[in-house]
Design a protein around this ligand. Structure first.
Ligand SMILES: NC(=O)c1ccc[n+]([C@@H]2O[C@H](COP(=O)([O-])OP(=O)(O)OC[C@H]3O[C@@H](n4cnc5c(N)ncnc54)[C@H](OP(=O)(O)O)[C@@H]3O)[C@@H](O)[C@H]2O)c1
Length: 293
């Protein structure tokens, strides 16, 4: 697209609602706030909240897409609904897509895909690339917010993080950085065709994670490494079906194996600044009352 065309597109976009799916989730919620802070009109879509949208009910799709020119897609994991959704979006005149994907998606050895999450996201990435629209793909690694509002928040509240992760480390990324990249891609013209792999500035072990959270919250939190069998048995004892317990263990495997230790340059490339550290995330979450308990 030439420069004038791109400027005109950005102008058009500022008059139309920007659709954010997953708008109540870890990344979408922050994308909504940041767009609104810029004074931009936003359609915040999820099953609950401002604009009711359900991936599994295609009858809700047209109302979500009406008048939209740009959108952030957080898909329903384990499905291939993004492809038909983009086809519908094209009919509505959508011009720009930013897709939430994940690091490791292009590596078949990254993780066992027992619940079809990777298969679905791979299909979504292909659908976005083949759409003929302007696209940007956000591929974050493990979110730091998994500890404050995601999978691990209950364990942090209980003061004991029990996982089969050994002394594996990951370069956890702050969802505030993810949201900042997504907003840049939605509102600026220079991100088209970019795949941004997003991480924090260095890998952190779970021992370091709990020490950092303990320091930020003033509460003692321990990390207890478990065997895979011990972890699955604990989840089953808590009432989870064995297949789901095994699937959770599969999710932890890349962490244990250090497959997410590497650092990516997406935040720096997209925003021209380094990503936030885990300690900065922990401290700012404490300052805004974001830790559970
Ligand atoms: N967490 C990580 O460490 C990590 C790392 C890399 C990639 N990812 C990927 O990032 C994506 C998740 O993003 P996130 O963490 O920002 O989201 P999230 O916090 O898991 O929130 C999910 C959002 O989707 C909405 N939702 C759930 N079911 C829905 C349905 N049937 N129809 C419409 N909306 C629905 C939820 O709202 P309602 O419940 O109100 O509908 C919520 O807003 C996933 O694709 C995940 O695989 C995550």
């Amino acid at each position: 697209m030439d420069r004038l065309g791109a400027r005109q597109l950005t102008g058009v976009m500022s008059e139309h609602p920007i659709l954010v799916t997953g708008a109540t989730g870890k990344s979408g919620r922050r994308v909504v706030s940041r767009l609104r802070a810029k004074g931009l009109p936003v359609r915040a879509a999820a099953r609950n909240g401002e604009h009711i949208f359900d991936w599994t009910d295609s009858g809700t799709w047209d109302a979500a897409l009406e008048g939209v020119r740009s959108m952030y897609i957080v898909q329903l994991d384990g499905t291939k609904l993004v492809r038909p959704f983009i086809e519908r979006a094209v009919q509505h005149g959508v011009q720009r897509i930013v897709l939430a994907s994940g690091r490791g998606i292009d590596n078949p050895d990254y993780a066992k895909d027992s619940s079809g999450v990777f298969e679905g996201i791979v299909d979504s990435e292909a659908a976005v690339r083949e759409s003929g629209l302007e696209w940007t793909i956000s591929r974050p690694g493990w979110f730091a917010q998994n500890f404050s509002e995601g999978f691990f928040a209950d364990a942090i509240l209980a003061g004991e993080l029990r996982l089969p992760a050994g002394d594996g480390a990951a370069s956890f990324v702050d969802a505030e950085d993810i949201a900042a990249v997504v907003v840049a891609a939605l509102t600026e013209d220079r991100h088209a065709g970019q795949i941004y792999e997003l991480s924090g500035p260095r890998a952190v072990t779970l021992t370091e994670v709990v020490a950092t959270i303990s320091e930020a919250t003033g509460r003692e939190i321990r990390y207890v490494p478990l065997s895979v069998e011990g972890y699955v048995a604990e989840l089953v004892q808590q009432g989870l079906p064995p297949a789901d317990a095994e699937a959770f263990a599969d999710v932890i495997e890349p962490l244990r194996e250090g497959r997410d230790e590497y650092v990516s340059d997406g935040v720096q490339r997209a925003l021209g600044r380094p990503p936030r550290t885990f300690a900065e995330f922990a401290k700012s979450t404490a300052e805004t009352g974001g830790w559970p308990g």
